[in-house]
Design a protein around this ligand. Sequence first.
Ligand code: AMP
Length: 463
Amino acid sequence: MKFSELGLSQPVLQALELKGYDTPTPIQYQAIPPVLEGRDLLGIAQTGTGKTAAFMLPAIDRLRNSDNQIPFKSCRMLVLAPTRELAGQIAQSAKDYGALAGLKVQVIVGGTSVNKDRNKLHRGTDILVATPGRLLDLIDQKAFNLSGVEVLVLDEADQMLDLGFIHALRRINQLVPKERQTLFFSATMPKAIKELVSGYCTDPVQVSVTPAATTAERIEQYLFMVQQDEKQALLELILSGNHNVPGDLERVLIFTRTKHGADRVVKKLYQRGIQANAIHGNKSQPQRQRALDEFRRGKVSVLIATDVAARGIDIPGVSHVINYELPNVPEQYVHRIGRTARAGRDGIAIAFCGEDERAYLKDIQRNTDASLDRLPLPENFRAVVEGVGPTKPAPRGASRVSQKKVKPKPFGKRPSEGANVQGESQSRSKPKRKHPSRAGKPHRTGSGGRPGGNRSRQRRSQG
Ligand code: AMP
């Protein structure tokens, strides 16, 4: 199946060609034809499935094909997203895919200047990507209205609900014109979402892709049973290459349950000479953006995140997800590990399970069919934790994590089929597929630490 068979216009096909996409993902080939026909859509899908293009490509064509002008203080297409990061990514996609369609795209999110938003929306826009709170602020100030909306998209609706946007969403439903097309996306379908769907959509075509297990199948999952007070030392040993885990550490995304926990890990890593950034709700928008940019560019290859901050973020090339603390909701585990294995790649997820987290682990295993291979702790580990063992944690500046740029690969390719880790030593082995006989035996990933590798970058980048 090719994009050209789906009925999309030439400008959109050309934009896709520029991006190097020729094969639609399952959600794209199922959703694009009915959306082009004007049908409402209910998409049950997570990020990583290509859902942004699934709604953006046909919507761009529908906007192009109608004679409607940009409405004053309003928009023709409204996309609602839960987080600033996701809104920014969707807006970027709209610009990329609509590059040749001549459509105006704007984005408004909380935490930035309302006055600037008011000014930029004064003359209206074709496509507006917004978080619900900021959108309602502007509507309340009479700086914007929803009377021009022809296409409405709710992206990650379950996440918007989790973030407390239920009232905002009910209100927005009252404000949009009855005559419109609605494209509704959610990774899960709890009762509250079903109610929202019936309020927003009329006879939607339902497309469901990537049930949790499908993403998880491409991810090798491992487990350390480790005491809470040993977790930091274990993390430091892994990141500094003093305890090998499967796969080459290129970009490591680490999850903690709390904001405070995320900051603590960053601080302790910094004391060990391992540079890391954190993203969570207490960070300002510029801080979050900078941390993400540095992670994307490979400048700082360790990112610590809380669930909410990381949800919906698309970062190509995350080689490892480390669950420093297990989530207390099993679905969250699937969302977390789904940050690796993006766009058809494989990935590695490592869980640190403390004594008091065994119940969470059981829940995860029961609810997600996850199979986690247990890895051994380093020799003399307890002594290392207490700082008296022969294997000391890494010296300052000894991060093993790659500081190199990683080129993202197209859908469906394995790392071995096209990985281009620039400057990566030839002697380092590629990530291996899981094999039952290997369970519990970590892969060798090269000669270990690279002392002094990033000493020149020893500075703290978060305030
Ligand atoms: P999404 O689920 O929309 O966040 O998309 C996940 C990632 O896949 C993004 O980096 C997209 O740019 C990329 N992507 C989307 N559709 C395609 C496609 N048909 N071929 C290759 N990459 C794609």
